[in-house]
Design a binder for this molecule. Structure first.
Ligand code: MN
Length: 237
């Protein structure tokens, strides 16, 4: 068990849960985690509950195998393996958001990659990856309910920011809680805009250079949006 996590980091994770609900990325389902600040081999994730209701005391410490160290009998998320296996495969990743955000779903079921429609989604420069659970495990309940499935998902994600999960949802990663929440929100917005644009005609996406430049600028603006989002969801009591 690592030393106690930074209280400010825990509070930020609580805010992330509420922000993701406020902006329609998660509903009663979906979850957000952050790598533990005292151990690269652990991460923080709420117990099994609706994200909007998460409080400081609901945050549980997990190892990368998905074992809860301080759950004290509380139920944990069935899909915690998404988080552990991505942290194992991607040392650069500090936060993970898994959701079933609705505008992204059509992309997964048609195998259409998300591509950056506008500058806010420069993080999609390489497009989204696609995970087909049927190729790995046949007919399942679609959930990432064990370490093997989590590792297969992490392999499908590769070096990208976003992986679509066919018939299920998506998972977004980033270098901080703020950046990952931003990406999860704008993946959903980009999906809606990309669908609308394709209905109008041929789409000119940001090219790789434009997307990379836009993403670099947007990362400098994260404190500005985080301040707004944090205020909207209220103080942590
Ligand atoms: Mn799920």
């Amino acid at each position: 068990m690592p030393a106690a996590a930074d209280r400010a980091l825990v509070d930020k994770l609580v805010l992330a849960n509420r922000i993701l609900y406020r902006y329609g990325v998660v509903d009663g389902f979906g979850h957000a985690s952050v790598r533990h600040d005292q151990s690269v081999d652990h991460f923080l994730l709420a117990r099994n509950m609706a994200p909007a209701l998460v409080r400081r005391e609901d945050i549980v410490t997990f190892d990368l195998d998905g074992a809860a160290l301080d759950a004290a009998g509380r139920r944990v998320y069935l899909e915690r393996f998404i988080h552990g296996e991505i942290y194992r495969a991607r040392p650069d990743v500090q936060a993970v958001v898994h959701s079933h955000s609705p505008n992204v779903i059509p992309f997964g079921v048609t195998g259409t990659p998300l591509q950056p429609v506008f500058h806010m989604s420069g993080f999609l420069a390489e497009g989204s990856a696609l995970f087909e659970i049927r190729d790995v495990a046949g007919d399942t309940d679609m959930l990432i309910s064990n370490a093997g499935l989590g590792a297969a998902l992490a392999a499908a994600l590769g070096s990208r920011s976003t992986v679509l999960m066919r018939g299920h949802g998506s998972t977004v990663v980033g270098a901080s809680i703020e950046q990952t929440v931003y990406r999860a929100l704008y993946a959903e917005v980009n999906a809606r805009l990309q669908t609308q644009a394709r209905q109008l005609g041929e789409v000119t996406y940001l090219n790789a250079n434009e997307a990379a430049k836009a993403a670099a600028i947007n990362d400098t603006q994260l404190p500005r949006v985080w301040e707004l989002w944090a205020r909207e969801v209220g103080a942590i009591e």
